[in-house]
Structure formats: structure tokens, C-alpha cells
Design a protein around this ligand. Sequence first.
Ligand SMILES: [Zn+2]
Length: 145
Amino acid sequence: MLEKLRRFMSGRYGYDQLTRFLFILSIVFWVLAGMFRFTRMTPLYRIYLVFAALNTILYVLAFYRMFSRNIERRTLENERYLQLRSRIYPKWKNFAGLHFDREYLYKKCPHCSTRLRLRRIRGKHKTKCPKCGTKFSVRVFWGDR
Ligand SMILES: [Zn+2]
């Protein structure tokens, strides 16, 4: 079964961030459609139909991209999506590429603004700026850069 799947997927584009986004959006519309399902026989049922249609379209689009053989084009689409996303959510910039550093993150010294490289250990820690000697505490979340 797995071998069959692998053979089917060879030469096809596969999964990427844009496809993941399409799937998430499709689920959002699925939930929204579910909220309007009870409006059957009322004019509001049109809203359900629109959400249900969007859900289906996005779902189909996501699969279409995964099974596409036009790898070059799909790669370009994904790059454009990542660019757009990093502009809208600058925090995601480092998630966009493979630049997310699992071991270290970067914080600015509150006194001299020097960029400090810190070990990625979750929680609150005390640290000392090597440049100006200011001691300060940092709180580290998993998603921090
Ligand atoms: Zn400093």
C-alpha cells in the first residue's frame, strides 16, 4: 500500500506550506458551513451553500496541488505564498524557510539593543548582555525567534 502510494506520488509535487494553508482554510469554511446548516428552507441557507462550496473548492485545490506534475509552477506558487505570508505576519518569516533555529533564538538587549543569541530553553531566564553588562530576564516561548 505504501509502495503503491510512493509510486503514485513519484514525479508529483507533494505537500507544502501553501497546501497546508489551503487545508486549514478549507476546514475553517467547513466549520462555518456547519454553523449555517440548520438554516435549511430559509434564505440564510445560501450562506451555507457558499461556505460549503468554498470548503470543497479549497479542498480540491489542495489535492490538485499535491498531485500536480508541474513541480516548477507549484514551487513558484508556494514561494509567492511564503513571501506574502512573511509580509503579513513578520513573525512567521523564520518559519517560512528552513531558517528556524531549533537550538538558539535571538533577543535584543533592552539597554544597548545588541542582538543576543540565547539557547532555546522554554521559560523565564536571567541573562547578561556581553557588550554592556546589563542583566535582564527573558521569557522564552517555543515560537520565539
Ligand atoms: Zn547590552
